[in-house]
Design a protein around this ligand. Structure first.
Ligand SMILES: Cc1cc2nc3c(=O)[nH]c(=O)nc-3n(C[C@H](O)[C@H](O)[C@H](O)COP(=O)(O)OP(=O)(O)OC[C@H]3O[C@@H](n4cnc5c(N)ncnc54)[C@H](O)[C@@H]3O)c2cc1C
Length: 558
């Protein structure tokens, strides 16, 4: 598509796209680019009239999510433009009570990269544009929908109403993704309950440029000397920019707090200089909520529309992008007729678990940071003061648990297994294998990892025609290309199994031990993946829902 996305003007009835997404925030934009890569046509409806290129929202992208951004060609530019960090320090007044060093990801991706959300959105928009299958309609406000099924069904349509230029317009689609943020109109229209609450405490967030010799680390103060009795968080940004976050007094006047001279005072007490360029300042209260369900019929809720989290721990955008990664390959498989619609119910179960886990983890942090009762307050203060003197207490200090991918262990969407450190439902480390990472080798499909020179390898060789009809990519751990590094054989050892089935989103679906054909069929059952007919090409290498334009698999692929 040659036309600029920004200038696209939707006709009264745009051609029916495979998927409509409401909201061009990071989650909607990632989902659009990913779906388009899988070959789907996507229409995004966005209420804003143009992209917003300022402002303080998400900043901190975790290593595993940078790997997701690699799927759509945005990981590298995020690493290049962002500020990498791996050290978090927590202080009580001026005493450092906790130092946490985070490991880089298996591909060498820094533990965290800080880059303002709007810059990530710019990259994702460009990624969608490159596919030629994503259209964004600006100034288009979602207004309502109709669908007549509770179960997902690719043969039914969702009819969507939206307002643009004062006119009501309609569009029909197979699947609708509500990525329209905390006040999601899609969620409201579905009548899905929004559980949880908004906290009363207020915080001031500032992005400002100034000269200071601070290290590029996350720093958190309880009872900060320049904010007595309250907290401060400092995050590095690229160049001279810093993200500063102050807890405000309960009775503060939010308007007065963002007055330029007040901000200059605060920066001076913290950084020792009044000289600064203010990029953004706002006050916020945080939500701690999640939707009662994340799917109804052919409509899905993702990102902040499904879960709204306090920012401490950087779980909002990170978990929203993980929602999208979980859903997109499943939608693509259904749209391509390679999987039954049941696969879509696994999204709700898996990501609902993640949403509840993230709400629970951030809830603990918030109870520690802003104790709800006098007793909690007393306990927290005693602990942080004690930690300044007794290092053994440091582990109990909670200044935000940084985001990591949720495990789906124990859900019926993955195999149940109690052996091994790496278990079904865990994310498989995205190992660096030669010039590509493991997930790039999977090329958007399922992958089977085993050693060729092993009894399991022999059984797999015997089942090759069946495996290739499933479109599963085969990776031999002992092939010359990978054997020297032992990375894949270590993976088999960690899982205590001779063969692993890895999903397109990098999660371990299960392990195979004996009867490859029967076990593979069983493992793929929750996803409704069907083998191609026997009359089909027996040596096809197309992965399930294969990604067009993605690097093809290596010689290890059968
Ligand atoms: C201060 C702060 C710091 C944060 N820091 C981090 C961090 O470091 N790391 C992290 O992972 N997360 C962080 N977050 C959270 C992160 O910003 C959100 O989780 C993220 O923006 C969610 O993305 P989204 O695409 O789901 O929703 P949004 O970004 O809210 O996008 C929703 C889009 O939908 C559009 N829209 C809304 N209603 C309609 C409608 N009816 N019709 C059409 N369009 C509509 C909106 O205009 C918007 O463009 C932070 C949040 C805050 C407030």
């Amino acid at each position: 598509m040659n036309m600029s996305l920004a200038s696209f003007n939707v006709p009264d009835r745009p051609a029916n796209p495979d998927v409509v997404i409401v909201g061009a925030g990071p989650v909607g934009l990632y989902a659009a680019a990913r779906l388009a890569q899988f070959g789907a046509s996507v229409l995004i409806l966005e209420r804003a009239s143009e992209p917003m290129r300022r402002g303080s929202k998400a900043l901190c992208v975790q290593s595993d999510v940078i790997d997701l951004l690699d799927n759509v060609g945005c990981g590298h530019p995020v690493r290049e433009a962002g500020c990498a960090w791996n050290l978090s320090r927590t202080y009580v007044r001026n005493t450092e009570v906790r130092t946490t060093r985070f490991d880089a990801g298996p591909t060498g991706t820094p533990a965290f990269v800080n880059l303002p959300q709007w810059q990530i959105e710019d990259l994702l928009r460009a990624a969608g544009e490159r596919t030629g299958r994503v259209r964004i309609v600006w100034g288009a406000e979602f207004d309502g929908l109709e669908q007549d099924a509770e179960d997902p069904d690719p043969d039914r349509k969702v009819d969507i109403r939206f307002q643009q230029d004062g006119a009501v317009r309609t569009v029909s689609t197979t699947f609708l993704l509500g990525c329209d943020g905390v006040r999601s109109n899609v969620r409201e229209t579905l009548g899905v309950e929004w559980l949880g609450r908004v906290h009363a405490d207020r915080f001031l967030i500032v992005d400002a440029e100034f000269d200071v010799d601070w290290p590029k680390e996350r720093r958190f103060w309880f009872d900060a000397p320049s904010n007595p009795g309250r907290q401060i968080v400092v995050h590095p940004q690229p160049g001279r920019m810093w993200r500063l976050d102050w807890q405000l007094p309960k009775d503060c006047d939010p308007k007065a707090e963002i007055a330029p001279h007040r901000i200059a005072d605060r920066i001076e007490t913290l950084a020792g200089t009044r000289e600064h360029r203010l990029e953004w300042a706002s006050t916020y209260r945080f939500h701690q909520r999640h939707a009662a369900r994340m799917r109804l019929g052919n409509v899905f809720l993702l990102g902040d529309a499904a879960h709204a989290l306090p920012p401490f721990g950087a779980r909002g955008m990170n978990s929203g992008l993980q929602d999208a990664e979980n859903l997109c390959w499943k939608l693509a498989a259904v749209l391509e007729g390679q999987a039954a619609a049941d696969i879509l119910t696994t999204f709700d179960r898996e990501r609902f678990k993640a949403a509840r886990e993230n709400v629970a983890i951030t809830g603990k942090t918030i109870r520690f940071m802003v104790p709800p009762t006098r007793l909690h307050h007393w306990y927290r203060n005693a602990l942080v003061r004690g930690a300044a003197r007794f290092p053994a207490l440091n582990g109990l200090i909670n200044s935000g648990k940084m985001s990591t991918p949720t495990s789906y262990r124990g859900l019926d969407t993955v195999q149940r297994r109690t052996r091994g450190n790496l278990r079904p439902g865990d994310i498989v480390p995205n190992l660096s294998l030669g010039s590509d990472a493991l997930r790039a080798h999977l090329a958007g499909g399922f992958g089977l990892i085993a050693a060729r020179q092993s009894p399991a390898g022999e059984r797999i060789e015997a089942a090759l025609p069946f495996i290739s009809r499933l479109g599963v990519t085969l990776i031999w751990a002992d092939d010359a290309e990978y054997a020297a590094s032992h990375k894949l054989t270590d993976l088999l050892r960690q899982a205590a199994a001779p063969a692993l089935l890895v999903r397109p989103d990098g999660y371990l679906a299960g392990v195979l031990i004996q009867d490859i054909r029967a076990e593979l069929t069983q493992l793929l059952k929750p996803y409704g993946i069907r083998p191609a007919p026997v009359s089909g090409p027996s040596d096809r290498t197309i992965p399930v829902a294969g990604i067009s334009g993605h690097p093809t698999s290596t010689g290890a692929t059968q």
